[in-house]
Design a protein around this ligand. Sequence first.
Ligand code: DGJ
Length: 725
Amino acid sequence: MPIIYDKKKRVFHLYNKDISYLIYISLDSRLIHLHFGAHLKDYDLDTMIYHTTNYYTHFDGEKEHISSLYDFNYETSLMELASFNKGDYRSCSIKIKNHNGDETTDFTYVSHKIYKGKQKLEGLPCLKASEDDVTTLEIKLIDKAINVVVILQYNILTNYPVITRSMKVINQAEDEIILKKAYSATLDLKTSDYNLYYLSGRYGKERNVCKEKIMQGCKVLSSIEGKSSHNTSPFIALASLDACEDYGEVYSCNFIYSGNFEIKVEVDKCEFTRVLVGINPETFEYVLEKNQSFQTPEVILLYTNKGIGEMSRIYHKVINNHLISSNFLNMKRPVLLNSWEGCYFDFDTDKILKIIDEAHQLGIEMFVLDDGWFAKRNDDNSSLGDWYVNNEKVDLNKVEKRLRQYNMKFGLWFEPEMISYNSSLYKNHKDYAIKCENRDYTLMRHQMVLDMSRQDVCDNIYKQMSDIIDKYHIDYIKWDHNRSITEAYSKHLDSKHMGEFYHRFMLGTYSILERLNNDYPSLFIESCCGGGGRYDAGMLYYSPQIWTSDETDAIERLSIQEGTSFCFPCSSMGSHVSANQRTSYKTKAYVALQGTFGYELDPLKLDDETKALIKKQIKTYHEFYDLTHYGDLYYLIRPSNNAHQASWMFVSQDKKRALFTYVVTLKNKSMLTYIKLKGLKENKYYYCKEKDKTYYGKFLMEVGLDLTFDYIYSYDSIMLSFIEK
Ligand code: DGJ
C-alpha cells in the first residue's frame, strides 16, 4: 500500500515513486506535518520534529506543554490542521463558534483508516480513480471540549506526484455549532524561500501569469463574486527561488471548486510559510445541528522538482485522466463554428441555414447557435430563464434537419443560472431571483441571478433545458454565466442559515450539471462565464471544455492561453479563429490550434482565398489532433517572460512527433533567431516536413532551430512539424 502507518514512530507515510508526505502524531495527539516533497525511503524523525519546536514554549493548563521530547508547540509546529485561540498565531484551518460563543478549536488524533480507492464527495466535483490508481487515508480527530469531529481526507495518486485533500466536520454535540472557517487544505512549509506564481486578470484579459517573492505577512487570492472569477484563479504555485521552467522545486494547489474561494499564503515571524486553501470564509458560515456534517471541496496538492513546465504537464495529465469525464477524454472534438461574433443577436432561419451550408463546405463539423435563439431575446435586455424557441425568429427543426443532412453536430447556448428582469420567469416567480428584502437590487447586463440554492429553481431550469435537448437532439451545450452575484440572499434560508447561501448556490449549479451528465452521457458541455470568468477544476469535472476568454485576438490570446495552460490542459481551452483584423488568418489559426480549435465568424463574409485557407487549417487540425490533445506541452518562450515573442511545442508521449509554434509580437532586436526545442529524444533524427530538412534531436535542443531567414516580423508566425526518422 502506498500509505503506511509506522506505529512505533507514530508516522503516516504517503508515498509513490516521486513523492513522500509525512504526518506525525505528537505524544499528546496533535497532527504534525513533517514533509511533503521528494520521495524518501527513510527519514530522521527527531530532526524533523525538533527543528520547528525548539524556540518557543507554550503551556497547556498546568502542565508545561513541551516535554523533553519537544515534539509539539502550538506556535511553531507545522500543522495538518491548525487550531484557533490556542497559541498558533498564524491563520487557522478551522474556526467554530460554539453555543456559548467560544471560538477555540483544538483537535487531537482519535483513529485512522487506510484503504484502496477513493470515495466520491457527495454533490461536489473531485478526482476519480480506480482502486489501483489511488489510496486513501482518513484521519479522525476530535475537539473534546466541544465534541466536534473532523475527518481529514488524503488521497495519493499512484502514478502522479499528487495528493488531494479535503475534510469533513461532524457535530456530535447536543447544541448547534457554527462553522466559520473550514479550509480544505493546510500546507505548512519550513521556509519562505519561494516565489509565488498566481494568475491574475479581468474580463477579456484572464489568467496572466504573475510571480513575486513571498515575504512576511499574508498574500490572499480570493473571490466573493459567487464564481471563481476573471480576476484570479483558485490556483497557486510556490517555486523555490532557483526554480525555472525546467528544474527546481514547485509546490502547487489547484482547488476543485467554482465558487467563492480563498488561497492564503502566510509567512510568519519564523519565516515559515502556511498555505490555506478553501471556501472563502468572508462569505461563509455553516450551521451544524447535532449529528450534521459538512464536507469541504477537494484540493489538488502537487509537488515536483522538475520546474514549472513539468508542473503544468502533470496537471494536464491528472485533470485529463482523473477529473474530466472519461466519456469525453477520447472523444474527438469536432471543429465548431460558433455564431456569436459572426451574428450576435442578428439572425433568422434563412441566415443560419446559409451559414451552415457554407460551414459544411469549409469542413466544419459542429454548428453552435449562441445567444438569441429563445423567447424574445433580440438583445441582452430580456428573456433569460425563458428557455423556449423564438419560432418567429429561428426554426430549430429546420436548423437541426440541415445539420443532420450534413452529418454535423448541433450545439446550443444557455445561461441557466440567470433570469432577466424582462422575462416570463421573473413575472411568474419574482422570488426566484436573488435579491435582498427592503433593498435595491443590482442589474448587470440587465439581468439578475437565479437562486440556485433552491431545489425548485434547479428543477425548473433543468426541465426547460432537457425539453430543448430532447426535442432537438442537442449534442453540445455552451453553459454561460454573465454576471456576478450581488445582494446575496435567499428567501428559502432563514437568517441563521443565510451564511450558507453561496456554497448552496454552487451545489445547486453542480446538481444541474451532474443531472445533465448522468441523463445525457454523450452531451458535451463547454462552460463559459463572460469569457473565462469561471475557468477552474470544479467546472472541468462537469464540462471538459471551457471558453477561455471573449478576447479572441490571437496576440492577446498568447498570454491568456499561457496562463490557462499553466494549470489546465490545452485540450480544455476553447480557442477560436475570429474575424478580427490585427493578425493574419495564419497566426489566428496557429494560436487557436493550441486549444480546442473552432471558428467564430460569419463564413458568408469570407473571400475565396480565406475560405481555401480555412479548409487547409481544418486539415491541419485533424493531422495534428493527437499531438495538440494528448501531447506534452513545452513552453520554449513564455509571453510572461518575453514581450516580443512566444513559442511552445507539443511532443507526443512516445517523443516521435512534435509540433512547434512561434509567434512574434514585436520585432526582435537580435539579428539571429535560434529557438531551443524541448522534450525530444537526444540521439534521434527528426524530419521537418515544412523545411524538408532533417535535424539531430540534441542539436535542436542544445543549439536550436534557426528561424533567422524565415523573416518573421510582428504578428507573424510559423508552425513546424517534426517526425522521428
Ligand atoms: C458571453 C460569452 O463569453 C460570449 O461568448 C457569448 O456567448 C455571449 N456571452 C452571449 O451573450
